[in-house]
Design a protein around this ligand. Structure first.
Ligand code: SF4
Length: 232
């Protein structure tokens, strides 16, 4: 087991949690990573319940409600049964539950390669430095653009990624402008992902090439393989 390094966290220190030992969990499952840097690798996913956003294209609405309260130890035991190399904490919006930061640190302590998928609408301060963050910047078509917390950008580093889900040409041009305004390609890798069923990936590929944008086109592997069936 690796040694915990709680001193190596991003931004401000983590505040006290009302209930630091339990999280509400929608599902824990083993699949292939569908996106981001480790796409295609077998990965255990921990999907936390709840999200304060309502993106128009959301494909995990079943994680808004319900779920099951599990202790931190129970979650770790369930993950360990898969003996994974990669673990992704996702949602919903995982950071909506304060103990999420403690879970991330404890997963890192087990020497898993841990990533966090977050909406970009909640503060990413206090996350263990060993975690690779995949942070959305919400485009206008999401309907949640106003929730973007742009202060988060300064807390990202080269092992993180920023993702734009792009539904149309207007979203593309908006994302391109944000890239330039915040010099995002100097910070970390950028993912431009066509909104499934709304934007032809070939169109997005052509636009990226025409503008020579320093971004990675991302097509969600799990939707190609399993049509986004739950548990994959
Ligand atoms: S942030 Fe993610 S989980 Fe929440 S509504 Fe948007 S797409 Fe759905």
């Amino acid at each position: 087991m690796a040694t915990s390094s709680k001193s190596e966290i991003r931004g401000t220190t983590l505040g006290a949690s009302a209930n630091p030992d339990r999280l509400r969990i929608t599902e824990i499952f083993h699949s292939l990573q569908g996106e981001a840097r480790t796409v295609g690798f077998p990965t255990v996913f921990i999907r936390l319940t709840g999200c304060p956003l309502r993106c128009g294209y959301c494909d995990t609405e079943y994680a808004f409600y319900g779920g099951q309260w599990l202790s931190m130890d129970d979650i770790l035991q369930r993950v360990a049964k898969f003996a994974p190399r990669y673990v992704t904490v996702t949602g919903g919006e995982p950071l909506a539950q304060r103990p999420c930061r403690e879970l991330l640190a404890r997963l890192c302590d087990q020497a898993y390669q841990v990533s966090l998928e977050t909406s970009g609408a909640l503060d990413i301060s206090g996350i263990d430095a060993r975690v690779s963050i995949v942070m959305d910047i919400k485009t206008p078509s999401s309907g949640e653009e106003k929730k973007n917390l742009y202060d988060n950008i300064a807390k990202l580093n080269s092992k993180d990624q920023i993702k734009f889900v792009i539904c149309d040409r207007a979203d593309y041009e908006w994302s391109r402008a944000k890239l330039k305004e915040y010099k995002l390609d100097d910070i970390c890798e950028l993912l431009f992902s066509p909104c499934h069923g709304q934007l032809n990936p070939t169109d997005l590929a052509d636009w990226i090439l025409q503008d020579r944008l320093p971004v990675r086109l991302q097509i969600q592997l799990h939707k190609l393989l399993w049509n986004d069936a739950r548990g994959h």
